[in-house]
Design a protein around this ligand. Structure first.
Ligand SMILES: [Fe+2]
Length: 149
């Protein structure tokens, strides 16, 4: 296995870990959000954790298709993830601010993945990375707009 292949595989595992931590965090926000934005955010957080679950599965199956081994335990997710597993947000705006931070971190790692897959002519994984960046850009625009209200 080339160094570049190994890099792509470990970057895919980083995505699985980060989106898994995000998935759990979004559930906490969905359950604990309070205040005048409850109905909006309760529904939005559900939409986002549903998306995170699909992303985890899609990325893991891509990793399997290229001969890798997806991280698959909670312990590995925590050890591998670069987003933080926080537990202290109580205000809706703090929850949204945490999501801005996490999506930004994930986007940076996707930019790296897009670069290395482009250099390696791995067009399928590149397409996956670009598609996820596109989704995140939309989320970041909406989350920023919420925080400005
Ligand atoms: Fe629910």
């Amino acid at each position: 296995m080339t160094v570049q292949t190994k890099t792509i595989q470990s970057q895919l595992n980083l995505q699985i870990a980060n989106w898994s931590v995000l998935y759990t965090k979004l559930h906490r926000f969905h359950w604990y959000v309070k205040g005048p934005s409850f109905f909006t955010l309760h529904a939005k957080f559900e939409e986002l954790y549903d998306e995170a679950a699909l992303v985890v599965d899609e990325v893991a199956e891509r990793l399997l298709a290229v001969g890798g081994q997806p991280v698959a335990t909670l312990k590995e997710y925590i050890e591998t993830a670069t987003i933080e597993e926080t537990a202290n947000e109580t205000k809706a705006s703090d929850m949204v601010a945490t999501l801005v931070k996490d999506y930004t971190t994930i986007k940076e790692s996707l930019n790296e993945l897009a670069k290395v897959t482009d250099a390696e002519n791995d067009t399928i994984t590149n397409d996956l990375a670009i598609g996820l960046i596109e989704k995140i850009d939309t989320h970041l625009w909406m989350l920023h707009a919420f925080l400005e209200a």
